[in-house]
Design a protein. Structure first.
Length: 515
């Protein structure tokens, strides 16, 4: 028998051959089942099963609902759709005693109301909700809060990236290519980006914030239509949570706090799925509650907690004259005089506008694809971004993040933090200074910038410290505050935000514990 967990602890990754079951919303459970021989772990979704007779009833009821829906007012939101569906469902059935006589099955097409017992009612109502309002065959993985990514290659090749267990194979399937195509059509229409053979690629965001990229074509995707869904965290991870996970440590978090509070420009850089956006969102409470924020993205992923936040999203569909790209939105943001501009991801010419923003006194935060500060600078100064090397010091700092397999565990770590000092002709390039580095052997972060940080010294001068070394005392104090939150298990994003803003407003009197 599998072990039942209402909530998964992170140490389940240490179980050699796990057999764990956990709920993801009634009536669905997930079974993580290990194989002794191969040590492979399978992800098995456990949901109700319709018998052959129940499948026949389900199809008749679905046809009845779709027929009756044609005469109804189009629902404006999901709640209205669910109410309408249940109303039409109840109009199409008659709930009987314990069991409906099997003889009724042959007469269903001629019956006005389909006879159901209570068990059949519960099962069919679940599948109607799943297939009309939910995500059909992949509803279990969409509900699972422990997932990061969902990958589907063809009809049955559905894989997931689990937050604790890493990449796993699932038992889910769309059944037929027709079902998969229908699902992709419905999904595209939901997000206003219809898919077809002529326009085979979807890139957008579902109503719950999940990011989806899909390819609808066997010409392009040889194993069949495919898609990737990147789950959205409704409540972002907090900095103490990232410290507890080991992604950063207290000193690094305190360093970020000082930089963001003092309007420094920072790039969160790394490869795909390295935790860039997670780290960016977690760090945003370090910015003053009174700051004016602008975010510019292709898909909505950042969520600043500040009240004065303007969220701008690109528009890539429609005629060329109606499209709005990141470059255009960045120029709009600059005219609005925000304190901070957040760019979801810098890829091209919008990078030049971001550096113009830094030059005019705006702090710019952005995610970027580069696995080291050297590669980051190469991309910034090369095609298509083309930042002059002499402008590089407008960017103050770069965090490099990586997803790493270490001793059989999937980890996300900030592997280095580098400061940008500026272009030095004698050195033939841009000078950087490493202030933090990650020790792979011991899984520890080392602070190399103690009394030797170019940016902290600059902040010390800006703050009017008589002795620059006082800024390092402030860094140590804030690190203690963050580490105390970890010790007190204060991990909720908004509770952490309130404590940080309390300290900014009242100092030590503004925090709910002693340091």
């Amino acid at each position: 028998m599998p072990d039942f967990f209402a909530k998964l602890p992170r140490d389940i990754v240490d179980i050699p051959v796990p057999s764990i079951i956990y709920p993801v919303g009634d009536p669905i459970f997930i079974h993580l089942k290990g194989d002794k021989a191969t040590r492979e772990i399978r992800y098995i979704a456990v949901e109700p099963v319709l018998s052959l007779e129940e499948q026949k009833k389900y199809r008749v009821i679905m046809d009845s609902i779709l027929e009756k829906a044609a005469d109804e007012i189009v629902p404006e939101n999901e709640e209205q759709l669910r109410k309408l569906m249940m109303s039409l469902f109840n109009d199409s059935i008659q709930v009987e005693g314990k069991f409906a006589p099997t003889s009724f099955l042959d007469k269903l097409l001629g019956e006005k109301a389909v006879p159901l017992n209570q068990e059949e009612f519960d099962k069919i109502s679940y599948f109607l909700d799943r297939d009309i309002i939910g995500q059909g065959p992949i509803e279990p993985v969409v509900r699972d809060p422990y997932l990061e990514d969902i990958h589907s290659i063809g009809v049955s090749g559905i894989f997931i990236v689990h937050k604790i267990m890493g990449m796993l194979t699932t038992n889910l399937t769309f059944g037929t290519q027709e079902n998969l195509s229908r699902w992709l059509h419905t999904t595209g229409e939901r997000i206003g980006r219809p898919v077809s053979d002529a326009r085979p690629i979807i890139d957008g965001t579902l109503p719950d914030g999940t990011r989806i990229n899909a390819i609808y074509s066997t010409d392009i995707s040889r194993k069949g239509s495919s898609f990737t869904m990147r789950k959205f965290m409704e409540i972002p991870a907090s900095i103490p949570q990232l410290i507890k996970w080991g992604s950063i440590d207290g000193n690094m978090a305190s360093y970020l706090w000082l930089l963001l509070e003092n309007q420094m420009s920072i790039f969160f850089s790394g490869e795909t799925a390295s935790g860039k956006t997670t780290m960016l969102n977690a760090a945003l409470p370090f910015i003053s509650s009174k700051a004016k924020m602008y975010s510019v993205e292709n898909t909505a992923e950042v969520a600043p907690p500040q009240a004065a936040w303007q969220q701008l999203i690109t528009r890539e569909d429609g005629p060329k004259e109606s499209q709005v790209d990141t470059f255009t939105l960045l120029k709009v943001a600059l005219r609005s005089r925000p304190n901070y501009i957040i760019v979801g991801e810098i890829r091209g010419e919008e990078g030049a506008v971001a550096f113009q923003a830094m030059q005019t006194g705006h702090a710019v935060l952005a995610t970027f694809h580069a696995s080291s500060v050297r590669k980051l600078l190469q991309r910034l100064t090369g095609e298509p971004i083309n930042i002059p090397p002499t402008f590089a010091d407008n960017l103050n700092c770069a965090l490099i993040l990586q997803a790493i397999y270490r001793k059989g565990k999937y980890l996300r770590r900030c592997t280095s933090v580098d400061e940008i000092e500026g272009y030095l002709e004698e050195a033939g390039g841009v000078i950087t200074r490493g202030v933090f580095e990650w020790d792979f052997t011991n899984d520890r972060h080392r602070f190399r910038g103690m009394n030797n940080s170019f940016i902290l010294d600059k902040i010390a001068v800006k703050q009017g410290y008589d002795d620059k070394r006082m800024i390092y005392d402030e860094l140590a104090l804030r690190a203690k505050i963050l580490n105390r939150m970890v010790e007190e298990n204060i991990l909720d994003y908004y509770k952490v935000r309130d404590i940080i803003w309390g300290y900014q407003a009242k100092g030590l009197d503004g925090i709910p514990f002693e340091v």
